[in-house]
Design a protein around this ligand. Sequence first.
Ligand code: SF4
Length: 162
Amino acid sequence: MVKRSYRTDKITVHWNSELCIHTAACLNALPQVFNVGEKPWIAIENAGADEIAHAVEKCPTGALTYERTDGAPDEEAPSQTTVIPWPNGPLMVRGNIAVRDARGNLFTAGPRFTLCRCGASQNQPFCDLSHRRIGFRNNPQVVSASRETAQSPQDISPTTGP
Ligand code: SF4
């Protein structure tokens, strides 16, 4: 696992490789900052703090997070929790999310996570793209549905599968 931080005097961006599944959402949102063809791959000086924060919030996995160091507000978790099934892939969850282990202990918390749905991830409960390796296919009716719960915060904890 690699954890790196990139700083200006206005914002610090954190990247956690363990959660990154290379969706390219950050690259598409702000290619002058997020560019895997360059080293370092995050050129934080190439955009303003607001633009960077906006791009980071597009990362569906929570691999990217930020802290504002200029007095601007940090990312605010949505007041409602949204769970969207990615076709033949993971569940994309946004909200004020606490991920807990089977005993109810807090594992991690954040506003964005991408959770394993195929059961094959080696990085449970998070997606590691194993759904592609095993050829996971979901019920097409499930894909068209998105579910919003009434309120955040929400706890996510494991249960025994079928
Ligand atoms: S948006 Fe997040 S998960 Fe996707 S490539 Fe960027 S850091 Fe990785």
